[in-house]
Ligand binder design. Structure first.
Ligand code: TXA
Ligand code: MG
Length: 310
């Protein structure tokens, strides 16, 4: 991908003034601001209408830049070497003298950090004197953005600039792992758990909220296209949009396909853009076919389950 320095400089100028910029990442687009600035972080929450108790992920160029702010351990190094930059977010302990805004971490003594792979955002991070706090660039509880035009659809002129970086290649958020003690997955994401387990050579506990049915408070609506979604549907009404995992020979106008042949990687990549497309259409509800519940299919099911709590 070609990197346009003038565009990067424009983004830097805005970020240096503690304002926000839309940035491309390989997972989803982020709404970025200076992670060391309370002002910039407050703006992010306000723009997204995000509850203050939900902390932000901090994006770094590499671990050398991270050393000032956090403690890390052997498991972190192992996963970092194997997967970073890439779709994995680590929960680490904050250093007392860390400069990360307390607004970004909601005053917690832990912080979520990530090293995005997208070349444009890497070029940006390399030139900045601070890391970027960047939640997904969508209104709180709604569908994430996987292109610059999605970000513009959601925020319009409320944000000064969006760096154009094409469609996100993974298309679903990073996998979040708490690596401080016994590794725990806190959010299923674009990196499969089995590949993480291979590197750490152990089984990892999944504490993904939406799978924790015993605490229904955690099953809050998220990733929502704003219309009802039904899951595991075999028969659909003509006035509903129908999401299928693979292309059918005989298609209908209300059918939307996540992939050509049922490939889960391709399906994950297309999930949010299909949900956004349906939202813009005439359909007032969505039915989804059964999605295989392994690998990235688990992540897709996690997002759809939360989106169905309408
Ligand atoms: O792929 C991604 O991770 C994207 C791109 C833009 O990097 N970002 C993203 O951010 O998905 P966001 O804010 O939409 O989701 C961040 C999640 C939230 O569920 C938040 O609760 C959790 O990370 N989080 C942040 N700090 C945390 C902490 N200290 N402990 C546990 N969870 C944390
Ligand atoms: Mg989000």
């Amino acid at each position: 991908m070609k990197i346009n320095l003038a565009k990067i400089k424009k983004a830097i100028k805005i970020l240096n003034k503690n304002d926000c910029v839309g940035i491309p990442t390989e997972t989803v687009y982020g709404l970025a601001g200076n992670a060391y600035s309370n002002l910039a972080c407050k703006k992010i929450y306000k723009l997204k209408k995000r509850p203050k108790i939900n902390p932000l992920i901090i994006h770094y160029y590499n671990y050398l830049n991270l050393e000032k702010d956090c403690y890390f351990n052997k498991s972190f190094y192992r996963l970092y070497k194997k997967f970073c930059p890439g779709p994995i977010t680590f929960i680490l302990n904050l250093k007392k003298d860390s400069k990360i805004s307390k607004i970004a971490t909601n005053g917690k003594n832990t912080v979520a950090v990530r090293f995005p792979k997208h070349p444009i955002t890497r070029a940006l991070l390399k030139k900045l004197r601070f890391p970027l706090a960047a939640p997904s660039a969508n209104m709180s509880s709604k569908v994430s953005s996987v292109s610059a035009s999605d970000v513009k659809d959601d925020f319009g002129k409320k944000i000064k600039y969006v760096l154009e970086g094409g469609k996100s290649s993974i298309g679903i958020e990073s996998t979040i792992i708490d690596i401080r003690n016994k590794p725990k997955i806190l959010r299923l994401g674009g990196l499969e758990i089995s590949t993480i387990e291979k590197v750490l050579k152990k089984k990892i506990i999944i504490k993904n909220n939406s799978l924790n049915i015993s605490s229904p408070g955690q099953l809050k609506l998220h990733y929502s296209p704003g219309i009802p979604i039904k899951l595991n549907v075999k028969k659909v009404n003509a006035d509903e949009a129908y999401i299928l995992i693979r292309k059918k020979k005989q298609t209908k106008s209300n059918y939307y396909f996540l992939s050509k042949r049922g490939n889960l990687k391709e399906a994950a990549k297309n999930l949010y853009s299909v949900l956004r497309k349906i939202k813009k259409s005439k359909y007032k509800s969505i039915a989804v076919t059964k999605i295989p519940n392994y690998g990235l299919g688990k992540t897709i099911n996690d997002r759809l389950t939360r989106a169905s709590k309408f």
